[in-house]
Write a protein that binds this ligand. Sequence first.
Ligand code: C2O
Ligand code: CU
Ligand code: CU
Length: 439
Amino acid sequence: PQPMRHFSLRPGKASTQLAPGKYPMTPVWAYNQSVPGPQIRLIQGDRVRIAVENALDEETTVHWHGLRVPHAMDGVPHLTQTPIGSNKHFVYEFDVPDAGTYWYHPHQRSAEQVGRGLYGPLIIEEREPITVDRDVTWILDDWRLKSDARISDDFANRHDMSHNGRIGNTVTINGLAPGNFRVRQGERIRLRLINAANARIFALNFQDHQPQIIALDGQPVTPHEPANRTVVLGPAMRVDLVLDLTGDPDTRFTITDTFYSGLEYELIDVVYGPESLRSNALDSPIALPANTLPEPLMAGITRHQIRFNGGMMGQMMMGDGNNMMAMMREGKMWFINGVAASGHVMDPLLTLERDQSYLIELINDTAWHHPIHLHGHSFRVVSRNGKPTPHQEWQDTVLMAPEEQVEITLVADNPGDWMFHCHILEHQAAGMMGIIRVS
Ligand code: C2O
Ligand code: CU
Ligand code: CU
């Protein structure tokens, strides 16, 4: 019998301080009174029971982003479960088949619930963990604060919904304004990064240091150095890095972010402490376990195509343009195959047969970036704009550049109706959402 692990989550109102002494208190919505919520840390193969008691004034759910859970545990209101009412509770219970870095967040009015602080890390350790001296998790977010440090109430406003989503003015790491990150000369760190922002795409530049990427969206990838020492992380994406800190203890290095403007701002300063470490980890190569996902069979694979459209510029009226104009008048801005989702009840975009392999071509017909996420499965990103990807990485959220065409493959092994949506939460709210059915 598998060990059963127990956790409890209580989403409710709380307040937090981004930097003691520097910021006044910020009222937030949080799990167990803290942003991020408690780390749920399990071992691959565990069974877990998570009791959720809703102390918010509104309905909520919890979604286990990236985990292959049974449909009834996926936390999507009306599609997989009845939403959890105010002062009501719900118990999630599932096995964790795959190791990796995941996170949890509500799927009910997510632009506001996530944007006010409801999210937390979900770490599934390998049965035989890789050798490191420290395993560190950073959840990145960006908050839109008013001058009194309160979160701006302008959620889901028309401008954010029709442009690049809710971009904040204050970046946080683990709920705090980033300061220094202290390291020891000679140590090896596994750094798990999770982008929990509603809309911000981070482009993290490592200055004076070359990290190794060892996993993407939780799934192992051949260890490699990121191009230009830059890790690009769209909303909901995760990356696991290994930092081998053999450098000169007199150097400090910074991690900067440049995505939107091309202008760098310093995210965090990495500072060597006085003590050094004779690490045993540094002598051993990074040996990641093979991933545990079903491998798509290319012979006889079934092909489909899905197009993303809408937005305020560069829109291409595919299909029924008049229908899209009508939906835009109702506040829908973004479409999949020319249709904007309203609520969670809709016709599936695709119906896939259980245990069959599929290749789906995703086409971004817009002038905007979209991190596209599928529930219940991971998929292999096999090509971009017709060129095979060098690492054929597994993802559950693929960042698509404007006008980009991406091919993914997967085995449809998890039966149910699964959400398929843009993880810029304002785009999701404005219609960029659909269902993929596995029957
Ligand atoms: Cu992380 Cu449908 O969500
Ligand atoms: Cu998800
Ligand atoms: Cu989008």
